[in-house]
Ligand binder design. Structure first.
Ligand code: PMV
Length: 336
Protein backbone atom coordinates (compact mmCIF):
# COMPACT_ATOMS: atom_id res chain seq x y z
CA UNK A 1 0.00 0.00 0.00
CA UNK A 2 1.40 3.39 -0.91
CA UNK A 3 0.30 6.93 -0.05
CA UNK A 4 1.19 8.33 -3.47
CA UNK A 5 -1.04 9.04 -6.42
CA UNK A 6 1.30 7.21 -8.78
CA UNK A 7 -0.08 3.95 -10.13
CA UNK A 8 1.81 0.90 -8.91
CA UNK A 9 4.49 -0.29 -11.32
CA UNK A 10 3.33 -3.01 -13.64
CA UNK A 11 5.32 -5.16 -16.04
CA UNK A 12 6.96 -3.14 -18.80
CA UNK A 13 5.24 -3.17 -22.19
CA UNK A 14 6.33 -6.14 -24.22
CA UNK A 15 7.88 -7.90 -21.23
CA UNK A 16 6.20 -11.12 -20.24
CA UNK A 17 5.41 -11.05 -16.52
CA UNK A 18 7.27 -13.62 -14.42
CA UNK A 19 5.69 -15.68 -11.64
CA UNK A 20 4.11 -13.50 -8.97
CA UNK A 21 3.95 -10.40 -11.16
CA UNK A 22 1.16 -11.07 -13.61
CA UNK A 23 -1.01 -7.97 -13.75
CA UNK A 24 -4.78 -8.44 -13.76
CA UNK A 25 -6.92 -5.77 -15.48
CA UNK A 26 -9.13 -5.71 -12.40
CA UNK A 27 -9.14 -2.47 -10.44
CA UNK A 28 -11.47 -0.40 -8.29
CA UNK A 29 -11.52 3.27 -7.30
CA UNK A 30 -13.30 5.48 -4.79
CA UNK A 31 -12.75 9.00 -3.45
CA UNK A 32 -12.66 11.02 -0.25
CA UNK A 33 -15.68 12.76 1.25
CA UNK A 34 -16.27 15.67 3.58
CA UNK A 35 -19.21 15.87 5.98
CA UNK A 36 -20.76 19.33 5.72
CA UNK A 37 -23.11 19.02 8.69
CA UNK A 38 -24.13 16.01 10.79
CA UNK A 39 -21.02 14.05 11.80
CA UNK A 40 -21.51 12.17 15.07
CA UNK A 41 -25.23 12.99 15.26
CA UNK A 42 -25.63 10.72 12.18
CA UNK A 43 -24.41 7.81 14.34
CA UNK A 44 -27.53 8.47 16.49
CA UNK A 45 -29.88 8.39 13.50
CA UNK A 46 -30.00 12.11 12.71
CA UNK A 47 -29.68 13.33 9.08
CA UNK A 48 -26.34 14.48 7.63
CA UNK A 49 -25.01 16.17 4.49
CA UNK A 50 -21.80 15.02 2.78
CA UNK A 51 -19.76 16.29 -0.18
CA UNK A 52 -17.73 14.15 -2.59
CA UNK A 53 -14.02 15.06 -2.83
CA UNK A 54 -13.31 13.71 -6.29
CA UNK A 55 -9.72 14.97 -6.41
CA UNK A 56 -8.53 12.65 -3.62
CA UNK A 57 -8.82 9.08 -4.84
CA UNK A 58 -7.83 5.56 -3.92
CA UNK A 59 -7.27 2.78 -6.46
CA UNK A 60 -6.89 -0.92 -5.75
CA UNK A 61 -5.38 -3.22 -8.39
CA UNK A 62 -5.20 -6.98 -8.48
CA UNK A 63 -2.20 -9.10 -9.48
CA UNK A 64 -2.20 -12.84 -9.88
CA UNK A 65 0.38 -14.48 -7.61
CA UNK A 66 1.24 -17.89 -6.27
CA UNK A 67 0.33 -18.15 -2.60
CA UNK A 68 -2.35 -16.80 -0.26
CA UNK A 69 -4.44 -13.70 -0.90
CA UNK A 70 -2.22 -10.83 0.14
CA UNK A 71 -1.74 -7.06 0.33
CA UNK A 72 1.27 -5.43 -1.29
CA UNK A 73 3.00 -3.04 1.10
CA UNK A 74 6.45 -1.49 0.81
CA UNK A 75 7.67 -4.20 -1.57
CA UNK A 76 6.43 -7.03 0.70
CA UNK A 77 3.40 -9.27 0.25
CA UNK A 78 1.38 -9.58 3.49
CA UNK A 79 -1.28 -12.33 3.77
CA UNK A 80 -4.66 -10.60 4.20
CA UNK A 81 -5.65 -12.85 7.11
CA UNK A 82 -2.61 -11.74 9.15
CA UNK A 83 -2.35 -8.02 8.50
CA UNK A 84 -0.98 -5.55 11.04
CA UNK A 85 -3.61 -3.53 12.95
CA UNK A 86 -3.36 -0.45 10.69
CA UNK A 87 -4.43 -2.51 7.67
CA UNK A 88 -7.00 -4.64 9.55
CA UNK A 89 -10.06 -3.14 7.87
CA UNK A 90 -8.52 -3.73 4.40
CA UNK A 91 -8.06 -7.38 5.34
CA UNK A 92 -11.66 -7.59 6.51
CA UNK A 93 -12.94 -5.99 3.28
CA UNK A 94 -10.83 -8.31 1.14
CA UNK A 95 -11.79 -11.44 3.10
CA UNK A 96 -15.51 -10.54 3.05
CA UNK A 97 -15.38 -9.87 -0.71
CA UNK A 98 -13.42 -13.06 -1.51
CA UNK A 99 -15.93 -15.13 0.50
CA UNK A 100 -18.89 -13.31 -1.08
CA UNK A 101 -17.62 -13.97 -4.61
CA UNK A 102 -16.81 -17.60 -3.76
CA UNK A 103 -13.12 -17.13 -4.57
CA UNK A 104 -10.74 -19.59 -2.97
CA UNK A 105 -8.64 -16.85 -1.37
CA UNK A 106 -5.49 -17.90 -3.15
CA UNK A 107 -3.55 -16.32 -5.95
CA UNK A 108 -4.42 -12.63 -5.65
CA UNK A 109 -2.31 -9.76 -4.47
CA UNK A 110 -4.01 -6.39 -3.83
CA UNK A 111 -2.06 -3.19 -4.38
CA UNK A 112 -3.65 -0.02 -3.02
CA UNK A 113 -2.56 3.47 -4.13
CA UNK A 114 -4.16 5.90 -1.71
CA UNK A 115 -4.14 9.72 -1.85
CA UNK A 116 -6.51 10.13 1.12
CA UNK A 117 -4.77 10.76 4.44
CA UNK A 118 -5.85 8.33 7.16
CA UNK A 119 -7.23 9.74 10.41
CA UNK A 120 -8.04 13.08 8.78
CA UNK A 121 -11.83 12.77 8.69
CA UNK A 122 -12.03 12.37 4.92
CA UNK A 123 -13.41 8.82 4.76
CA UNK A 124 -10.15 7.02 3.90
CA UNK A 125 -11.16 3.68 5.43
CA UNK A 126 -14.49 3.49 3.56
CA UNK A 127 -12.89 4.61 0.29
CA UNK A 128 -10.16 1.96 0.55
CA UNK A 129 -12.76 -0.72 1.34
CA UNK A 130 -14.79 0.35 -1.71
CA UNK A 131 -11.75 0.20 -3.98
CA UNK A 132 -10.76 -3.27 -2.72
CA UNK A 133 -14.30 -4.65 -3.00
CA UNK A 134 -14.69 -3.27 -6.54
CA UNK A 135 -11.28 -4.59 -7.66
CA UNK A 136 -12.14 -8.08 -6.37
CA UNK A 137 -15.59 -7.87 -7.97
CA UNK A 138 -13.97 -7.05 -11.31
CA UNK A 139 -11.42 -9.85 -10.76
CA UNK A 140 -14.26 -12.31 -10.07
CA UNK A 141 -16.22 -10.88 -13.02
CA UNK A 142 -19.26 -10.91 -10.75
CA UNK A 143 -22.34 -8.74 -10.20
CA UNK A 144 -22.86 -6.70 -7.04
CA UNK A 145 -26.05 -4.87 -6.09
CA UNK A 146 -25.83 -1.50 -4.33
CA UNK A 147 -27.03 -3.10 -1.10
CA UNK A 148 -24.47 -5.93 -1.28
CA UNK A 149 -21.69 -3.43 -2.01
CA UNK A 150 -22.79 -1.25 0.92
CA UNK A 151 -22.86 -4.24 3.28
CA UNK A 152 -19.37 -5.42 2.25
CA UNK A 153 -17.94 -1.93 2.88
CA UNK A 154 -19.83 -1.70 6.18
CA UNK A 155 -18.24 -5.00 7.27
CA UNK A 156 -14.83 -3.34 6.91
CA UNK A 157 -16.05 -0.10 8.48
CA UNK A 158 -17.18 -1.97 11.61
CA UNK A 159 -13.53 -2.98 12.10
CA UNK A 160 -12.32 0.58 11.49
CA UNK A 161 -15.08 2.48 13.34
CA UNK A 162 -16.95 0.11 15.63
CA UNK A 163 -20.41 1.57 14.95
CA UNK A 164 -20.42 3.22 11.51
CA UNK A 165 -23.48 5.22 10.46
CA UNK A 166 -23.09 4.13 6.82
CA UNK A 167 -22.62 7.71 5.61
CA UNK A 168 -18.96 7.21 4.64
CA UNK A 169 -19.79 3.98 2.79
CA UNK A 170 -22.21 5.95 0.60
CA UNK A 171 -20.44 9.32 0.29
CA UNK A 172 -17.12 7.85 -0.91
CA UNK A 173 -18.79 6.62 -4.13
CA UNK A 174 -21.29 9.35 -4.93
CA UNK A 175 -20.60 12.11 -7.47
CA UNK A 176 -23.05 14.61 -5.98
CA UNK A 177 -23.48 16.07 -2.51
CA UNK A 178 -26.01 14.01 -0.62
CA UNK A 179 -28.45 14.12 2.24
CA UNK A 180 -28.33 10.92 4.29
CA UNK A 181 -31.47 10.26 6.26
CA UNK A 182 -32.83 7.00 7.64
CA UNK A 183 -30.16 5.11 5.63
CA UNK A 184 -31.47 6.62 2.39
CA UNK A 185 -29.71 9.21 0.26
CA UNK A 186 -31.04 12.18 -1.67
CA UNK A 187 -28.70 13.88 -4.18
CA UNK A 188 -28.27 17.62 -3.62
CA UNK A 189 -27.03 19.28 -6.83
CA UNK A 190 -26.55 22.99 -5.97
CA UNK A 191 -28.25 25.56 -8.22
CA UNK A 192 -24.94 27.48 -8.47
CA UNK A 193 -21.32 26.44 -7.80
CA UNK A 194 -20.07 26.66 -4.21
CA UNK A 195 -16.44 26.87 -3.12
CA UNK A 196 -15.06 25.26 0.00
CA UNK A 197 -11.58 25.06 1.49
CA UNK A 198 -10.52 21.98 3.39
CA UNK A 199 -7.46 22.33 5.61
CA UNK A 200 -5.68 19.63 7.56
CA UNK A 201 -4.76 20.34 11.19
CA UNK A 202 -2.06 17.66 10.86
CA UNK A 203 -3.40 16.10 14.07
CA UNK A 204 -4.33 12.47 13.42
CA UNK A 205 -7.44 11.20 15.13
CA UNK A 206 -9.09 7.80 15.44
CA UNK A 207 -12.75 7.75 14.38
CA UNK A 208 -13.35 4.78 16.68
CA UNK A 209 -12.00 6.69 19.70
CA UNK A 210 -13.85 9.89 18.76
CA UNK A 211 -17.15 8.00 18.42
CA UNK A 212 -16.51 6.30 21.80
CA UNK A 213 -15.72 9.69 23.37
CA UNK A 214 -18.99 11.20 22.17
CA UNK A 215 -20.82 8.07 23.39
CA UNK A 216 -19.56 8.87 26.92
CA UNK A 217 -21.15 12.32 26.69
CA UNK A 218 -24.40 10.80 25.40
CA UNK A 219 -24.49 8.26 28.25
CA UNK A 220 -23.36 10.73 30.91
CA UNK A 221 -25.76 13.55 29.98
CA UNK A 222 -28.56 11.87 28.02
CA UNK A 223 -31.08 14.71 28.09
CA UNK A 224 -28.63 17.41 27.05
CA UNK A 225 -27.15 15.07 24.43
CA UNK A 226 -30.54 14.48 22.81
CA UNK A 227 -31.08 18.25 22.55
CA UNK A 228 -27.67 18.79 20.92
CA UNK A 229 -28.08 15.80 18.55
CA UNK A 230 -31.57 17.00 17.56
CA UNK A 231 -30.18 20.46 16.84
CA UNK A 232 -27.41 18.99 14.66
CA UNK A 233 -30.03 16.99 12.76
CA UNK A 234 -32.09 20.13 12.22
CA UNK A 235 -29.00 22.03 11.05
CA UNK A 236 -28.22 19.25 8.57
CA UNK A 237 -31.72 19.42 7.07
CA UNK A 238 -31.52 23.19 6.77
CA UNK A 239 -28.00 22.97 5.34
CA UNK A 240 -29.33 20.57 2.68
CA UNK A 241 -31.85 23.22 1.57
CA UNK A 242 -29.22 25.98 1.65
CA UNK A 243 -26.78 23.89 -0.37
CA UNK A 244 -29.41 23.14 -3.03
CA UNK A 245 -30.29 26.84 -3.28
CA UNK A 246 -26.60 27.95 -2.97
CA UNK A 247 -27.47 30.27 -0.05
CA UNK A 248 -23.94 30.85 1.22
CA UNK A 249 -24.65 33.17 4.18
CA UNK A 250 -27.26 30.82 5.64
CA UNK A 251 -25.19 27.72 4.95
CA UNK A 252 -22.15 29.27 6.62
CA UNK A 253 -24.18 30.16 9.70
CA UNK A 254 -25.34 26.50 9.98
CA UNK A 255 -21.73 25.35 9.76
CA UNK A 256 -20.68 27.71 12.58
CA UNK A 257 -23.55 26.57 14.79
CA UNK A 258 -22.75 22.92 14.05
CA UNK A 259 -19.17 23.55 15.24
CA UNK A 260 -20.49 24.93 18.55
CA UNK A 261 -22.65 21.81 19.00
CA UNK A 262 -19.75 19.49 18.10
CA UNK A 263 -17.54 21.30 20.64
CA UNK A 264 -20.14 20.62 23.31
CA UNK A 265 -20.24 16.92 22.37
CA UNK A 266 -16.44 16.78 22.76
CA UNK A 267 -15.31 16.55 19.11
CA UNK A 268 -13.20 19.74 19.24
CA UNK A 269 -9.45 20.31 19.36
CA UNK A 270 -7.33 23.47 19.87
CA UNK A 271 -6.03 23.20 16.28
CA UNK A 272 -9.62 23.07 14.99
CA UNK A 273 -10.28 26.29 16.97
CA UNK A 274 -7.22 27.92 15.43
CA UNK A 275 -8.09 27.02 11.85
CA UNK A 276 -11.80 27.89 12.11
CA UNK A 277 -10.90 31.25 13.72
CA UNK A 278 -8.38 31.97 10.95
CA UNK A 279 -10.92 31.11 8.24
CA UNK A 280 -13.61 33.29 9.81
CA UNK A 281 -11.16 36.18 10.23
CA UNK A 282 -10.43 35.83 6.49
CA UNK A 283 -14.13 36.21 5.72
CA UNK A 284 -15.33 32.59 5.52
CA UNK A 285 -19.13 32.34 5.53
CA UNK A 286 -18.72 29.51 8.04
CA UNK A 287 -16.14 27.00 9.26
CA UNK A 288 -16.19 23.77 11.21
CA UNK A 289 -14.47 20.44 11.68
CA UNK A 290 -15.33 17.70 9.20
CA UNK A 291 -15.43 13.98 10.00
CA UNK A 292 -14.72 12.58 13.42
CA UNK A 293 -12.93 15.68 14.74
CA UNK A 294 -10.52 15.76 17.74
CA UNK A 295 -7.97 16.63 15.02
CA UNK A 296 -8.34 15.90 11.31
CA UNK A 297 -9.64 18.50 8.88
CA UNK A 298 -11.58 21.75 8.91
CA UNK A 299 -14.00 22.79 6.15
CA UNK A 300 -14.69 26.47 5.41
CA UNK A 301 -17.17 28.01 2.98
CA UNK A 302 -15.72 30.63 0.61
CA UNK A 303 -17.36 33.19 -1.69
CA UNK A 304 -15.53 32.16 -4.86
CA UNK A 305 -12.34 30.46 -6.10
CA UNK A 306 -10.03 33.37 -5.22
CA UNK A 307 -11.55 33.61 -1.75
CA UNK A 308 -11.12 29.84 -1.27
CA UNK A 309 -7.39 30.31 -1.97
CA UNK A 310 -7.26 33.16 0.56
CA UNK A 311 -8.92 30.96 3.18
CA UNK A 312 -6.34 28.26 2.54
CA UNK A 313 -3.49 30.77 2.93
CA UNK A 314 -5.01 32.06 6.17
CA UNK A 315 -5.41 28.54 7.59
CA UNK A 316 -1.88 27.59 6.50
CA UNK A 317 -0.56 30.67 8.31
CA UNK A 318 -2.48 29.42 11.37
CA UNK A 319 -0.75 26.02 11.20
CA UNK A 320 -2.65 23.88 8.66
CA UNK A 321 -0.26 21.33 7.12
CA UNK A 322 -2.06 21.02 3.77
CA UNK A 323 -5.34 21.77 2.08
CA UNK A 324 -7.67 21.39 -0.88
CA UNK A 325 -9.95 23.73 -2.75
CA UNK A 326 -13.27 22.12 -3.54
CA UNK A 327 -15.76 23.34 -6.08
CA UNK A 328 -19.19 21.79 -5.68
CA UNK A 329 -21.79 22.38 -8.30
CA UNK A 330 -20.51 20.77 -11.45
CA UNK A 331 -18.00 18.09 -12.42
CA UNK A 332 -14.97 20.40 -12.04
CA UNK A 333 -13.16 20.38 -8.73
CA UNK A 334 -9.80 21.97 -8.10
CA UNK A 335 -6.86 20.77 -6.01
CA UNK A 336 -4.84 23.31 -4.07
O1 PMV B 1 -13.66 10.75 10.29
P1 PMV B 1 -14.36 9.87 9.29
O2 PMV B 1 -14.04 10.18 7.87
O3 PMV B 1 -14.18 8.43 9.62
O4 PMV B 1 -15.94 10.20 9.46
C1 PMV B 1 -16.61 9.80 10.64
C2 PMV B 1 -18.03 10.30 10.67
C3 PMV B 1 -18.76 9.97 11.99
O5 PMV B 1 -20.06 10.58 11.88
C4 PMV B 1 -18.05 10.58 13.18
C5 PMV B 1 -18.92 8.47 12.20
C6 PMV B 1 -19.92 7.79 11.28
O6 PMV B 1 -19.95 6.55 11.32
O7 PMV B 1 -20.71 8.45 10.59
Amino acid sequence: MSQSSAPPLGPEPGVRPGPGTEADAASGTAHAKAILVGEHSVVYGRPAVALPLGQLTVTARIRRVDGPASLRNDGASLPIDRLPERFASIGVAARAALDFFGLPGEGVEIDVANEIPAGAGLGASAAVAHAVVEALRAHADAELSDTERFELVQTAERTAHGNPSGLDALATRTELPLLFQARRTTPLPPSAPLWFTIADTGVRSSTKQAVAHIAQFVEGRPLRAQTVLDRLGELALRAAGDLRAARTAELGARMDEAQTALDELGAGHPMIDRLTAAARAAGAHGAKLTGAGRGGCVIALAGDAAHARELLAAMRAAGAVSGELVRIGDAAEAGA
